[in-house]
Design a protein around this ligand. Structure first.
Ligand SMILES: NC(=O)c1ccc[n+]([C@@H]2O[C@H](COP(=O)([O-])OP(=O)(O)OC[C@H]3O[C@@H](n4cnc5c(N)ncnc54)[C@H](OP(=O)(O)O)[C@@H]3O)[C@@H](O)[C@H]2O)c1
Length: 269
């Protein structure tokens, strides 16, 4: 059985759609499971990553371990990995972020901690390490048609989360290979000015990118309700992303799927 956590999320739902009856979706509420089972033909179980014992794991199962983040994310994910190792699970596939370490800022650091734990756990593993998701971009446009950030003019190889799900499905259904980290990007790395132009075309209203310094971006985020330390770290992360570390593209999606990842224009339709 392929056990899929985060099954109601962006990647998880697309993954369950690819796997159908081979998937056992882990959901926090039974009605979510019923909806997935009806629409996608999967099995489901109610569980919560905060309670590792509620994640059903049998010897030989393969586990897709993914969720949004909360303060207890690293502790919970590490505990589930330990449980998977103890249960003789055949493979754990996780979603991290490209290039993170345990010392990275905010949620990136939590991913780095989980990645280190998984690599040392003894359970066969694969880490998907994408850049930002195309799915977020339209939501970043504010009521005045602005995307506000501190990315500068650096490109970012945004990826369609459905391509991440397709890679996960391939890795979870083919023979388990050696532990590996898969750096995942879309086919191009547009700047935020270019992204704003694509959004203008797709949304039919003017969108522009407003580039701020780290300090200005931190004030902007704080004014929008973010606590000051998190605002400062997020602004710093945006500048780090914009310094070119996510400006490259990889061929990993095409190598695994035999087709190119979706472009931003294809994604926006
Ligand atoms: N967004 C990006 O640009 C980006 C880039 C790189 C990496 N990532 C990483 O991608 C991951 C998120 O993937 P996604 O966008 O597919 O997720 P998502 O759409 O935000 O959905 C989150 C999923 O996690 C589940 N969840 C949250 N807390 C849980 C818990 N305690 N126990 C069980 N399930 C729980 C949610 O269930 P409910 O429906 O019950 O809430 C939901 O299914 C994060 O680790 C993030 O850091 C994101």
């Amino acid at each position: 059985m392929i056990v899929v956590t985060g099954a109601t999320g962006t990647i998880g739902r697309a993954l369950v759609a690819e796997l159908g009856g081979a998937a056992r979706a882990v959901v926090r509420r039974a009605e979510q499971g019923e909806e997935l089972a009806d629409k996608l033909g999967c099995d489901y179980v109610v569980g919560d990553l905060e309670r590792p014992e509620s994640i059903p794991l049998e010897p030989g199962d393969r586990l897709f371990l993914n969720s949004s983040q909360w303060p207890g994310f690293a502790r919970a994910h590490k505990a589930v990995i330990d449980r998977a190792a103890a249960a003789d699970v055949a493979q754990v596939v996780t979603v991290s972020v490209l290039g993170v370490t345990s010392g990275s800022l905010l949620g990136f650091g939590m991913h780095g901690q989980v990645d280190e734990h998984l690599r040392a756990s003894g359970v066969p593993w694969a880490i998907l390490a994408p850049v930002g998701f195309m799915q977020n971009l339209a939501g970043d446009v504010d009521e005045e048609g602005r995307i506000v950030g501190a990315y500068g003019r650096g490109g970012v190889g945004y990826i369609d989360a459905r391509d991440i799900a397709a890679v996960a499905a391939a890795l979870l259904t083919r023979p388990v290979g050696p532990g590996a980290t898969y750096d995942l990007t879309g086919p191009a790395a547009p700047t935020h000015d270019e992204i704003a132009a694509e959004l203008t075309r797709a949304l039919g209203r003017a969108v522009r990118y407003v580039d701020l310094t780290v300090q200005e971006a931190a004030v902007h985020l704080e004014q929008r309700g973010m606590p000051a330390p998190a605002a400062r770290d997020l602004a710093e992360l945006m500048a780090q992303i914009g310094d070119g570390r996510w400006a490259g593209t990889t061929t990993t999606v095409a190598d695994i799927l035999g087709r190119k990842p979706r472009s931003l224009r294809e994604f926006l339709g």
